[in-house]
Design a protein around this ligand. Structure first.
Ligand code: ATP
Ligand code: MG
Length: 634
């Protein structure tokens, strides 16, 4: 395989990489046993994988020891966490030694509050260091953390607290968001009052992020700071079986009700460490910035576990990309000399809208690896990020994975896998994707189909919380013998994968199967369009017809409809000509920034009610706005 055209020296050469692929394929048992040595075990596992007992049976370990204690001797004074506050002048730095002390203190407080191994502890915090620290503190005592995204509504919080059976919640008085204050505690209070009979929460610990006053219920709520002052800075870790749940995390809810995905300890940690090292070419001295909130899986695996397991330095930023000015993220990269920058296509699209001049004002020469995750990225966005942010010098990893996979599955490996713009490229060594036709038969060579995975991998979720049956039905039963990802993909003549979107999003127009991503890619080439979404609606003659929603950039021209239609017919084909094009101010998005096509489909079909749970939306009101636009004759 030809190597990447970059000037950096990367850890792996194409030859090393090919050797890994061969070893992983020829002898998975031996391969994963060797990879398990990246962790420090109390009892070493007897096997890599067993049919009944999952990954690394017999092994016992503690996750926080693996992230912290075992680095103390060699990296005690190295930075483990850099926290950049919203105000540029405020930075907190934690070395491995001080981070260890903070984690132990919160762990001791949790124990004093009666938390035991196996209990669920919810973490509902803004982007402050306490979030990461609380996760590791739970892990230290064997409690299962359930991180709730800070932007959730009381409804969404109550649902997840009820489902997880959390007994304690760690929250903040408020969060900072630009000049605004976000009422964390008040939102949690509202959630706890919604359906009290369904909740097991009896303690709320409150982090004072600012000195804003809030209401406290004396029998339930406690400020964390005074408890920490009294807590010891060392805490004996709880040894856990490899198969014990480390955390529950709810999926983003793009396709419906969020699922409480359960991740185990041994397998998940091996996967986090393995993928972080391989995909981000982790090297000593790297400053790793993952912009995902810790409320999403990306924030778990690459904002916390992966980099710390590998002795890296994590950067955590409290603020937003556009406050106080549009160059804020670039400023953070410049100030902290970030080497590895991992973000989402939706963020890149927003930053692209600000124009190239903004980026050019900053020195981004520290960057070595750029990554994206969460959605297919358009060629336009890929190239903009690569050229303007990466200066054409950086490795670019478009990483495909999902909450359920625990970590990255398909991605370039810097220095070893040649990139193709907007392709997730090749599976990591030990990952075996297959493309199935609708009857479930694997297709060979260059083809397209339903993306499934053959065999297991250490990071695979254990189950869905409270519902093993749902896990089976969702992932294992649709295509017997395979893990079903829910996504579609194309494989080209080089064996590269191109994710085409969710299988549900494939539109079948007169027998032509068109991925919504294909149409959206075409629309992204039209410079006056900021964002778009394509969906299928029933059509008497064609089976399905295409409806397109486009969000214009500022100062969009009057003939946007014409331009949009032309972009599609010229880039995809005449058969993809849409039935209708709606120009809209925004799209309904999950709080992780993904378009919710299930709603767009209903709205396009003229439905005005029965949209189900809208609490995962960033802005539920957009639904009303779109209905109004669709119902108004053009
Ligand atoms: P839900 O399962 O509740 O509908 P979700 O699937 O959006 O929510 P996540 O687990 O956060 O929740 O997202 C995983 C999905 O994101 C993948 O299945 C895929 O559809 C999409 N995705 C992730 N990375 C990429 C990528 N690099 N390219 C294309 N799609 C991606
Ligand atoms: Mg999903």
């Amino acid at each position: 395989m030809p190597s990447s055209p970059h000037s950096h020296s990367f850890r792996l050469t194409p030859t090393d990489y090919n050797a890994l692929v061969e070893r992983a394929t020829a002898g998975p048992e031996l391969y994963w046993m060797r990879e398990s040595e990246r962790l420090s075990w109390n009892t070493v596992p007897t096997h890599a994988q067993s049919e009944q007992q999952g990954w690394f049976p017999g092994g016992t370990l503690n996750a926080s020891v693996n992230c912290l204690d075992r680095h103390l001797e060699t990296r005690g004074d190295q930075k483990a966490l850099i926290w950049q506050a919203e105000d540029a002048g405020r930075v907190l730095t934690f070395t491995y030694k001080t981070l260890h002390e903070h984690v132990c203190r919160i762990a001791n407080v949790l124990r004093q509050q009666g938390i035991q191994a196996g209990d669920r502890v919810a973490i509902h915090l803004p982007s402050v260091p306490e979030g990461l620290i609380a996760m590791l503190a739970c892990a230290r005592i064997g409690a299962i953390h359930v991180v709730l995204f800070g932007g959730f509504s009381p409804e969404a919080i109550a649902d997840r607290l009820a489902d997880s059976g959390a007994v304690l919640v760690i929250t903040a008085n408020v969060g900072r968001r630009g000049p605004k204050r976000i009422p964390f505690k008040a939102t949690l209070d509202a959630a706890l009052d919604l359906r009290p009979d369904t909740l097991a929460v009896n303690t709320v610990l409150v982090v004072g992020v600012t000195d804003d006053e809030i209401g406290m219920k004396p029998e339930r709520d406690r400020w964390l700071a005074p408890l920490l002052d009294k807590a010891a800075s060392d805490c004996a870790p709880q040894s856990m079986p490899a198969s014990a749940p480390l955390f529950l995390l709810y999926t983003s809810g793009s396709t419906g009700k969020p699922k409480g995905i359960v991740h185990g300890t041994g397998g998940y940690l091996v996967w986090a460490s393995y993928t972080h090292e391989l995909v981000f070419d982790h090297q000593d001295g790297d400053i790793f910035w993952c912009t995902a909130d810790i409320g999403w899986i990306t924030g778990h695996t690459y904002g916390v576990y992966g980099p710390l397991l590998n002795g890296g330095t994590v950067l955590l930023f409290e603020g937003m990309p556009s406050y106080p000015g549009p160059g804020r993220w670039w400023n953070v990269i410049q100030d902290h000399k970030v080497t590895t920058f991992y973000t989402s296509p939706t963020a890149i699209r927003a930053l692209m809208r600000e124009g190239d001049e903004v980026v050019q004002r900053y020195d981004l020469s520290s960057l070595r690896v750029l990554g994206t995750v969460g959605e297919p990225i358009s060629q336009e966005a890929w190239s903009w990020f690569n050229d303007h942010v990466g200066g054409g010098r950086c490795a670019f990893v478009d990483t495909w994975w999902q909450t359920e996979s625990g970590g990255i599955m398909i991605s370039p490996v810097p220095g070893a896998v040649r990139e193709k713009p907007a392709s997730a490229t090749l599976p990591l060594p030990g990952v075996h994707p297959v493309l199935l036709n609708e009857q479930g038969v694997p297709r060979e060579g260059a083809t397209e189909g339903v993306l499934c995975l053959k065999g297991s991998w250490p990071g695979r979720a254990l189950s869905i919380w409270n519902d093993d049956g749902l896990f089976e039905r969702t992932y294992l039963q649709p295509y017997a013998g395979y893990y079903f990802t829910g996504d579609g993909a194309r494989r080209d003549e080089d064996g590269y994968y191109w994710i085409t979107g969710r299988v549900d999003d494939v539109i079948n127009v007169s027998g032509h199967r068109i991925g919504s991503a294909e149409i959206e890619d075409a629309l992204a080439t039209e410079v006056t369009i900021a964002e778009s979404a394509a969906i299928g609606i029933p059509h008497d003659l064609k089976g399905q017809g295409i409806v397109v929603y486009v969000v214009p950039r500022d100062n969009a021209p009057d003939d946007l409809h014409v331009r949009a239609a032309k972009a599609i017919t010229s880039k995809v084909g005449r058969y993809a000509a849409p039935e209708r094009i709606h120009v809209v101010p925004d799209l309904p998005k999950t709080r992780s920034g993904k378009s919710v096509r299930r709603l767009l489909r209903k709205i396009a079909c003229g439905e005005t009610e029965g949209f189900g749970d809208l609490s995962t939306l960033a802005d539920p009101e957009i639904v009303e706005t779109l209905i109004r636009i669709i119902q108004t004759p053009a």
